[in-house]
Write a protein that binds this ligand. Sequence first.
Ligand code: ADP
Ligand code: MG
Length: 408
Amino acid sequence: MLAAHRGARAPSGLTLFSPHASLGPMALSAAELKRYFSQVYGHPAAGVVRAPGRVNLIGEHTDYNDGFVLPIAIERQTLAAYAPRADRTIRLASRQQRRAEASFYLDGPIRRARPKWANYPMGVAAGLIAHGAELAGRDILFDSDVPIGGGLSSSASLEVAAALAMLTGTGSRVDDYQLALICQKAEHDFVGAPCGIMDQAIAVMGRAGRAMLLDCRDGSARQIPFDDPHLVILVADTKVKHDLTDGDYAARRAQCHAATDKLDLKTLRYADEATVLAGADKLTEKELMRARHVVGEIERTVRAVDALVAGDHAEFGRLMYASHASLRDDYQVSCPELDRIVELARPLRDVYGARMTGGGFGGCAIILVRADQADRIGRAVTEGFAAAFGHPCVVFATRAASGAGVVC
Ligand code: ADP
Ligand code: MG
């Protein structure tokens, strides 16, 4: 069900560290977006909905192996202002795509089209209709402060915001997990990105002050308290995206599936390290490395939840470092920029742990720190990064925010 989470924005009040780097156009408030909507479409908006970006605390490259992931929704989000139309057309505009507006007809076959970004909401519309939702004509305007293409899942926040902008007020309701599946399918079918379910699930089902342990085998979720006021997550954006990412991601998935077949398993979820090592002679070296990461990471994620529940942040941090090492050495999806952030953070006082987050090859790292020391730590990491790479990384602080909902 689409719950209306009110007062959804909960800025952490912490500083944005990097004085040099821009995070792109700053997002508008809901009221500003409504005014901008009137300028773009020539009539007032009826409402504004939102959906957050995310970071994954631990459990990386496990979602497509039926494993566990532990994301939080972040205090960065996509807003969508919308208004009904008299006809059966959906019009789409985005502040992040100023010269690329789009429209499509609800009763026609909805197919992949240009501009590329419009395929995310179009795919969502197609999925909602196939699911039986009764959509009506709408004008929609998006705005986002989730860095686009930065590994914080601007794409899922766009999909989920689009879904809410099309559903709110229509009387059609879709269960949370079903909605996440529809958004995931939109990304598969309309964009060609074979993403797992984590990004869409946390964008829909995230809760303020909670990390979500999602079992990707059956979609069940457990909300884990992550609301210690003394802790904050620093997100450090490398601002790099190394080439060949799509091919490498697909290759990792293929290697996992090959290992699964050779070990005669349904998925790697059904194995532990002993199972993998016992079958090691059937696997290529790469398949062994990939499988070892996945089974180890699933186990680490379960242990990380125990550590959180016990309030053992030192243990949680150790598991973050172990996750990073495994992603770097066995899964081979890190890069020098991500490794550097982790190594810069590790010796600093009041840092519990750090790791890359998301698919890898660039994007973001996260650092779990004491909240009252976040400024100092963020600055040290940014400066160390700039010394190594000639440009600073962008660091911002976040706590666990709420999932998608109606703003006004
Ligand atoms: P990530 O999800 O890590 O940010 P992706 O490559 O999966 O990166 O998704 C980025 C793409 O999503 C963009 O290239 C664009 O097509 C689309 N997108 C995301 N946010 C917006 C937005 N606010 N407006 C328009 N398109 C967006
Ligand atoms: Mg994405």
